[in-house]
Design a protein around this ligand. Structure first.
Ligand SMILES: C[S@@+](CC[C@H](N)C(=O)[O-])C[C@H]1O[C@@H](n2cnc3c(N)ncnc32)[C@H](O)[C@@H]1O
Ligand SMILES: Nc1c(NC[C@H](O)[C@H](O)[C@H](O)CO)[nH]c(=O)[nH]c1=O
Ligand SMILES: N[C@@H](Cc1ccc(O)cc1)C(=O)O
Ligand code: SF4
Length: 449
């Protein structure tokens, strides 16, 4: 049995029930993938581990998997490489959930008015969010993405605030905004504030939606309906991490379970919102966990059809508790990254777009992923805190000019897209003015001029 993706390789001693051994052979799995047959978890494990009959990654087999994925990509979406003109505007880093892979958050006690020391975190008021987003909309963005810590003062709306205020329960992770230096307002207020000129608002992960209904009987549908009415357009499928509970119990014991994550995503789809889906891999999980995760996403997509793209997020380990406590000895290798992209493409036969994250992989490797099954190259984002705080160093901004030049140099066609991929504009890299052009105030001039 291969230990290519075993926890032991990453330094952990985790006694997981799910192990990578299979009854399938690599060759059979590859043949099925090439024929376009729907893959089983065992097939996926064989492909992602380049065979469980030998230890480590076999580079010849890896090339065969990448080739099959690249061919599938060409069949499904052709030669276009898409990207979106967007801004990340995260509202607060205050969070007590304690995920061991995360260094984005700051313990929320530090945000209280009686805490005097500098903590380096931030909370924005709705007015501050509006100003930041308005400025980026004027520069030409199409989308604002907002994912935040679970600040104890954040509630869905005024009605939710009243319920939390009146509650005698001590287990709701709630404290009034008056105890903090900065009042983040409610989720609904933040979304309304960010909805400048009809810019697309991509926000409220399943974990945030859970926070937005704590202490109530409201369904996830009810929560997402209210958010949609406040201006929410689509939902980021982060907080997924690895959707197998024995892994979540190790890396994010404070988070919702995988069943609840799926329920929240399905509810978002039921009220008409598009979603994305992610996997955060390269820590304590093994090959089977990764592919079980892909199966969960494929089943969700069979039911909803709402997932516009799948985003593999390679774990950035440097500044995280998992690494500092010696629970892992690093993140995924380049081979593992490439196989993750390729097997996502082959396994998720019902998701059109696989995103290569330049924030996680850097430009060079990010571009390489576009020949391993990926077809989307993320967004301009203008500001990045999650990866940077975890120790990543690939920057915070890609201009449309850089996108056009990099993608053209690869021999592919650069295409500016909307969040839902329905609006697309081919970018002419030889033109003097390359955009963006899809945002409500985009007029073709570069984002940062
Ligand atoms: C930082 S959280 C913010 C939103 C919200 N608190 C939540 O958990 O859904 C967004 C996502 O960032 C990703 N992330 C956090 N730390 C990371 C790291 N060190 N490496 C890679 N991805 C990370 C995780 O997948 C996480 O779900
Ligand atoms: N992969 C990462 C993303 N991806 C999200 C995109 O930027 C975009 O919002 C989505 O494709 C919807 O249009 N964002 C990050 O901040 N960091 C990543 O690593
Ligand atoms: N929050 C994620 C990125 C992300 C955001 C929105 C998405 O739809 C997908 C991925 C990160 O930086 O790690
Ligand atoms: S991943 Fe999200 S919920 Fe977990 S600690 Fe970080 S900010 Fe908080």
């Amino acid at each position: 049995m291969s230990d290519a993706f075993d926890a032991a390789r990453h330094g952990g001693e985790f006694d997981f029930a799910h192990r990578p051994a299979t009854d399938q052979s690599f060759e059979n799995a590859l043949a099925k993938a090439r024929n376009g047959e729907r893959l089983t978890v065992d097939d996926g494990v064989e492909l992602i581990a380049t065979g469980t009959d030998r230890a480590g990654i076999d580079s010849r087999r890896k090339e065969l998997v990448l080739e099959a994925a690249d061919r599938r990509r060409a069949e499904v979406v052709g030669d276009e490489v898409t990207f979106v003109a967007n801004l990340n505007n995260n509202v607060t880093t205050a969070c007590n959930t304690g995920c061991l892979f995360c260094n984005f958050k700051d313990r929320s006690e530090q945000f209280r008015s009686d805490y005097q020391e500098e903590h380096g975190g931030f909370t924005k008021t709705p007015e501050e969010s509006r100003e930041i987003v308005a400025d980026a909309v004027e520069r030409g963005i199409y989308e604002v993405t907002s994912v935040s810590g679970l600040h104890p003062a954040l509630a869905l709306d005024d009605e939710h605030l009243e319920i939390l205020e009146a509650s005698e329960r001590g287990d709701l992770n709630y404290r009034p905004a008056s105890e903090y230096d900065t009042d983040p307002g409610t989720y609904a207020e933040q979304i309304r504030a960010m909805s400048v000129d009809g810019v697309h608002v991509h926000s409220m992960t399943p974990e945030e939606a859970y926070h937005a209904r704590r202490g109530t009987e409201w369904s996830y549908e009810e929560v997402f309906e209210r958010l949609r009415d406040a201006g929410l357009d689509s939902v980021p499928g982060t907080a997924a991490e690895i959707l197998v509970d024995e892994v979540r119990d190790v890396i994010c014991p404070g988070k919702i379970g995988s069943g609840e994550w799926v329920d929240a995503m399905e509810a978002a789809a039921n009220v008409g919102l598009d979603t994305t889906a992610t996997i955060m891999y390269g820590h304590v999980e093994n090959a089977r966990h990764r592919v079980m995760h892909l199966r969960t996403i494929r089943e969700l997509q069979d039911r909803t059809g709402a997932i516009t793209e799948f985003v593999p997020l390679s774990f950035v380990h440097q500044e995280t508790p998992l690494y500092e406590r010696d629970m892992v000895d690093g993140g995924a290798s380049t081979d593992e990254d490439e196989l993750m992209i390729a097997v996502s493409r082959l396994f998720l036969d019902n998701v059109d777009h696989i995103q290569s994250s330049w924030v996680k992989y850097g430009d060079e490797q990010g571009l390489k992923m576009l020949n391993c099954g990926a077809d989307d190259f993320m967004g301009t984002i203008l500001s990045e805190e999650i990866t940077k705080r975890a120790g990543g160093g690939y920057g915070e901004f890609r201009s449309i000019r850089e996108y056009a030049d990099m993608i053209t140099a690869l021999g592919r066609t650069p295409v500016e897209r909307s969040t839902d991929y329905r609006q697309r504009r081919t970018v002419d890299a030889d033109a003097d003015v390359v955009g963006p052009t899809l945002g409500p105030e985009a007029d073709g001039t570069p984002l940062l001029e």
